[in-house]
Design a binder for this molecule. Structure first.
Ligand code: GRF
Length: 238
């Protein structure tokens, strides 16, 4: 798991610098073929799953050399679960409530979540609208392999209702624009970590909250796919 080597990295590890196929032995060729697998994504959701859908569509259109191996939701009625099932992707419902009812710690919930996810051997874990803060119990299991999407620019409006808070700040004359970011999740801090991509989203005087939400979500779909595309390419260059 974690380190689904791509051909270029494999060639290097085999000491091969030229791509001339006659340089490869049968064993080397088999090794390359067996490892040239799409990058494995685990996607964690809590709701609509429009960003999950953007990933599903990008994979289908071969814009992403990836496979979604599992979708986990903490909410049973998350529409994203239906989207996943329709696309033939395995799903798991992992609610917090039973842990709370049994007096168990959040770390126990996260440890069980990590077990579920790890079983699918993902290369990357994408938080696409996952509404729980992940504790170190989970994050340390997948160091620097967890990606979060947040509908605000770095350092602005961490936490829930970010679009609404940006809209209100715009109306109060405090900001002129908002944006989105995709970042790595190295620790328990909310919506913060090494930035993989950002994009500004303009706010217009005639905007309603719904109009701004729609523009932010459209932007998210593109930027998330682009960021994961670059990560996958980066894995190949390791
Ligand atoms: C997105 O705005 C994402 O940035 C935030 O939650 C929302 C999820 O939307 N963390 P969807 O479920 O992908 O439609």
């Amino acid at each position: 798991m974690l380190g689904n080597h791509k051909p270029i990295a494999l060639l290097r590890s085999l000491g091969i610098r030229s791509l001339g196929s006659n340089l490869l032995s049968d064993t080397q060729r088999l090794y390359l073929l067996s490892n040239n697998m799409p990058t494995r994504l685990a996607v964690l959701i809590s709701g609509n799953g429009s960003n999950l859908q953007a990933l599903i569509d990008a994979i289908r259109m071969r814009m992403l050399d990836a496979e979604i191996v599992i979708v986990v939701s903490n909410r049973k009625d998350a529409y994203g679960l239906e989207r996943a099932t329709k696309a033939g992707i395995a799903t798991r419902y992992h609610p917090l409530q039973p842990y709370r009812a049994a007096g168990q710690e959040r770390s126990e919930y996260d440890a069980a979540l990590a077990e579920i996810v790890a079983a699918y051997k993902p290369d990357w874990i994408v938080l696409a609208g996952w509404m729980h803060i992940l504790s170190d119990v989970f994050l340390q299991r997948f160091p620097y392999r967890v990606i979060n999407l947040h509908p605000a620019l770095p350092g602005q409006f961490p936490g829930i209702n970010a679009i609404q808070r940006a809209f209100e700040a715009y109306q109060a004359g405090k900001i002129k624009k908002t944006g989105i970011m995709v970042h790595l999740v190295p620790d328990e801090q909310v919506d913060s970590g090494p930035i993989l991509a950002t994009q500004e989203v303009l706010i217009y005087p005639s905007d309603t909250l719904e109009m701004l939400e729609k523009r932010v979500h459209q932007s998210e779909h593109q930027v998330l796919v682009g960021a994961i595309h670059r990560l996958i390419a980066g894995d190949g260059d390791e």
